[in-house]
Design a protein around this ligand. Structure first.
Ligand SMILES: [Zn+2]
Length: 434
């Protein structure tokens, strides 16, 4: 397919800025638009008549007229080894990890298991319209190799890393400061900045790392200035109390990560619910990223993310599923739960802002805005085709609101799931259900 021109025709919608700050001027919608793709890249966007008029006779033309064509969704925090843990009953964070997750993650010592789950996971992301994700693997290097190999085979833009844990987990799921460092370093040599792949240094969280391991993580970050760092922060009260007992010198949870040089513009902190004011300031001052994981935060009873507080303080925010603490792979469903979390704080979340966040906003949070997250010439051709009439109930709901973009997007996020995702393109290749 690569080499041949592909045209995707539809209602092309893409964001150029944050609608919270720019309102109407933040997006561009071309009602009868088209995207021209060559060699995995978007080379032209415009009115369908003009794009089709310029197309070579052998171009592949995908007619998605009437459907929304948007940049593929980006998930800023997800665990691929937890596909068989999602929806596990009745526990909060620390018990949930020990009862379900740490049991399941031990299976990733087997490379065949890693390969099977990596295939399932990427199939599922694509079915849901997600084309890029920041992914936690297990402590096993095999889990990272399997995930990256499968992502590369599919031409997907993915960020991932080996979880580092050297305490408070089963023996089979712990490495050591040196082993965690050596294995991460070897994986980085193999996969970092390779094609569409990139690496995230992944100390799981302060509960499961010694000071020596966090120091080793900081050393990796210092040696690779542009590498990502991903971990968890201030998710649950028992977790926070545990961290404070374990690091008595730390004034706050974030102090632990700060001491070892783990804050920065490529550092993604999952959850960030119970933040002290000094932590909000430190996140803002370091340009670190807070990942908002609403389905997970509600499911595990962790708490309500205070998006307004972080927005007002200038903290960079991303949206994420956090499967398997999160209960849906769908960024649409995740946005719907995000809306409900904000409602619980007396706020709301306009659909245009939510769709900005899932696409260009998350691309910006991950410093990928020049690669993905927008439908512009020169960007990689990761697209999702959405249908707000995908189910009878959605079509019924849409009857009185045709032509109203805000309503259409809100229906998609509150009622939509994988059925609303008609197609996705990954590096220019149609990839839903393939
Ligand atoms: Zn997580």
């Amino acid at each position: 397919m690569n080499g041949r021109v592909r045209i995707v025709r539809g209602r092309v919608l893409s964001f150029r800025d944050d609608p919270r700050l720019m309102s109407e001027r933040a997006h561009r919608l071309i009602e009868d638009g088209a995207v021209r793709i060559e060699n995995g890249e978007i080379v032209a966007v415009g009115e369908a008549g003009a794009i089709l008029g310029d197309a070579p006779p052998d171009a592949a033309i995908d007619d998605c007229s009437g459907k929304l064509v948007m940049p593929g969704f980006i998930d800023a925090h997800i665990h691929y080894p937890q596909t068989r843990v999602i929806g596990s009953y009745g526990a909060q964070l620390l018990d949930w990890l020990h009862k379900y997750t740490f049991v399941e993650e031990q299976k990733f010592a087997d490379p065949r298991h890693c390969e099977q789950v990596a295939r399932f996971f990427l199939d599922e992301l694509f079915r849901q319209g997600t084309t890029t994700a920041c992914v936690y693997c297990t402590i096993h290097p095999e889990s990272v190799d399997a995930f990256f190999a499968e992502s590369e085979r599919r031409g997907a833009r993915m960020i991932a890393g080996k979880a580092m844990m050297d305490r408070n987990a089963p023996a089979a799921l712990t490495d050591s400061p040196q082993r965690g460092y050596d294995e991460s370093k070897a994986l980085m040599a193999r996969w970092r900045s390779r094609g569409r792949l990139d690496y995230a240094i992944t100390p799981r969280f302060a509960v499961t790392s010694t000071e020596a391991q966090l120091e080793a993580s900081g050393a990796l970050a210092a040696e690779h200035r542009d590498a990502y760092v991903q971990t968890h922060l201030d998710e649950n009260f028992a977790e926070i109390a545990f961290v404070k007992r374990q690091f008595p010198w730390a004034k706050t949870y974030l102090d632990v990560y700060a001491r070892y040089g783990l804050l920065g513009p490529r550092s993604i902190f999952g959850h960030c619910i119970h933040l002290e004011d000094s932590e909000v300031d430190a996140l803002a001052n370091s340009s670190s990223i807070a990942a908002f994981c609403p389905t997970s935060n509600l499911f595990l009873g962790s708490g309500l993310f205070d998006k307004k507080r972080l927005d007002d303080a200038g903290v960079r925010v991303a949206l994420a599923t956090d499967v398997g603490g999160g209960t849906s792979y769908s960024m649409l469903a995740t946005a719907a739960e995000g809306y409900k979390v904000l409602q619980m704080s007396g706020l709301s979340w306009p659909a245009t802002q939510a769709f900005y966040q899932m696409t260009f906003g998350n691309a910006r949070a991950l410093s990928l805005q020049d690669r993905v997250g927008a439908i512009e010439p020169g960007r990689e051709a990761d697209l999702v085709v959405l249908d707000a009439h995908a189910t009878p109930a959605m079509a019924h709901r849409m009857e009185s609101h045709e032509g109203d973009l805000e309503e259409e997007l809100f229906v998609l996020m509150t009622m939509g799931d994988d059925r609303a995702v008609r197609e996705i393109y990954v590096g220019g290749r149609a990839a839903k259900g393939r």
